[in-house]
Write a protein that binds this ligand. Structure first.
Ligand code: BGP
Length: 469
């Protein structure tokens, strides 16, 4: 039987506050860890520096009305954005929230409502208040759970009935690879003990579960998702040792998902902790808290990689967060060396659904590429981004195959639906958008917005509910 996307499939796009808003010190906003990360993953600086493109971003803070109108023109059903924690609680520890910060997101929601766009809010997208990193060493401290929940409570109450879909933490499993960006942990990675790292992971997971509980208590209509980097890895060879290596890498991912979707530590945790000398505090209360599982599983998917136990085999892959991995000889690569593997999306959707049987949400997918602005023949400009259309078409086709396989997919939000500052490299040249933003890496540019060729293509995809690709 022919089966397509569900009628209420949530097509749309995704951004993060720190990568698009700019206005880093306006209306009472405190510093976030991103304000001291001018070069992406690291290293961090003492204070914000003028070479940090995120300080001005694409000025979404002042142009969100224009931007959301463009999203509406494409027919977006959903807009995934993040709320900047330090706009609401500048240092994370204030008694009362910053009203101006809350008002900004009121206005964003007004625009969404105007066009009938469902908001999907990420509560923490790599933008913890810097003060919490400095004072508590981020999520290594149990104190963070209470501070995060205080922030969640404010959001759930303020936006009750207006935001129904939430994601607690962006790519929560990235803490293992990027402890500062993901966990606000200031200790350099090579000096951070495994116990401290896993303790931070545990506190974040407990906070996420308690946020699910709180969201449901505040409004039973709330749908709360957990979110992970959808790390997809194939064995480079049929050597059983390569298979076991991939099993270990998969377990890194399942570690986070088993806790968030099944409500308890996985069966392999005990051996892993024992062999790696990891000692962490998990109280009975924590175990109770973890039972509040997420309503849906969201993940980002850009590429896949290979793994082998033989370091002499294969070529290193230039992937985002997993540098020890190898290239897949069957995959093409993006301008930034990320391997392109649409079928890996079908595989990832199937394996997550097989294990968890929870609705899935493709919260990020897209192609970061160099774009060239050219005259559009009507007195304006455009980008002939056929490469982006090809990438997305192939991925949406595979997502559709997964739906036909029987996987329950709730929605798809294309990453960086408008060009924004890259997360890993903090540049603007790595563009993902359907909308081009006139901004250069030296900070120059008019910030004008232009529709790319993919803009009309995506509009057609949405209008046909994924049938006309
Ligand atoms: C994810 C992040 C996003 C985003 C994306 C693309 O890991 O959640 O914030 O930026 O990757 O990565 P990049 O911007 O480095 O190309």
């Amino acid at each position: 039987m022919e089966k397509g996307f569900r009628k209420d499939f949530l097509w749309g796009g995704a951004t993060a506050a720190n990568q698009c808003e700019g206005a880093y010190d306006e209306d009472g906003k405190g510093l976030s860890i991103q304000d001291v990360l001018p070069h992406g993953f690291g290293p961090y600086t003492e204070r914000p520096t003028s070479d940090n493109l995120k300080l001005k971003g694409i000025d979404h803070y002042h142009r969100f009305r224009e931007d959301i109108a463009l999203f509406a023109e494409m027919g977006f059903k959903v807009y995934r954005f993040s709320i900047a924690w330090s706009r609401i609680f500048p240092t994370g520890e204030e008694e009362t929230p910053n009203e101006a910060g809350l008002r900004f997101y009121d206005a964003v929601l007004d625009e969404c409502e105007k066009y009938g766009i469902e908001p999907l809010a990420t509560i923490s997208h790599y933008e913890t208040p810097l003060a919490l990193a400095k004072k508590y060493n981020g999520w290594t401290s149990r104190k963070m759970i209470g501070l995060y929940l205080k922030y969640c409570k404010v959001l759930f109450e303020r936006y009750k009935g207006r935001v129904r879909y939430w994601i607690t933490f962006n790519e929560i499993n990235s803490i293992l690879r990027q402890p500062f960006m993901s966990g606000a942990i200031m200790t350099p990675k090579d000096q951070l003990s495994r116990s401290d790292l896993y303790q931070a992971m545990h506190y974040e997971l407990a906070a996420s579960a308690l946020a699910v509980k709180l969201a449901h208590e505040t409004d039973p209509e709330n749908q709360v998702g957990c979110m992970v980097v959808g790390i997809t890895v194939y064995p480079l060879t049929p050597n059983p040792d390569d298979i076991l290596k991939v099993m270990e890498i998969d377990n890194d991912l399942y570690f986070f998902l088993d806790i968030q979707a099944r409500g308890a530590y996985p069966y392999f945790a005990e051996r892993r902790f024992a062999e790696q000398g990891i000692r962490i505090e998990i109280t009975d209360e924590d175990r109770e808290a973890l039972k509040h599982t997420a309503d849906f599983i969201a993940f980002s998917y850009y590429s896949s990689n290979c793994a082998t136990c033989d370091p002499t085999l294969g070529e290193p892959s230039r992937s985002n967060m997993t540098p020890e991995l190898r290239k897949n000889p069957y995959s093409q690569v993006s301008d930034w060396g990320w391997q392109i593997d649409p079928k890996g999306l079908r595989y990832t959707l199937n394996r997550l659904y097989a294990r968890y049987q929870k609705p899935l949400f493709v919260a990020e997918n897209g192609l970061g590429a160099h774009d060239v602005l050219v005259p559009d023949g009507n007195g304006s400009f455009t980008v002939e981004d056929d490469y982006r259309i090809a990438y997305m078409k192939a991925h949406i086709e595979q997502m559709k195959e997964a739906v036909k396989d029987g996987v329950d997919v709730l929605g798809y939000t294309a990453w960086g639906c408008i060009d924004l500052i890259s997360c890993s490299t903090a540049e603007i040249d790595k563009r993902y958008g359907f909308i081009y933003v006139d901004l250069n890496s030296d900070g120059s540019g008019t910030l004008e917005r232009y529709r790319k060729k993919s803009f009309d293509w995506y509009k057609k995809v949405i209008a046909s509910n994924g049938e006309d690709l």
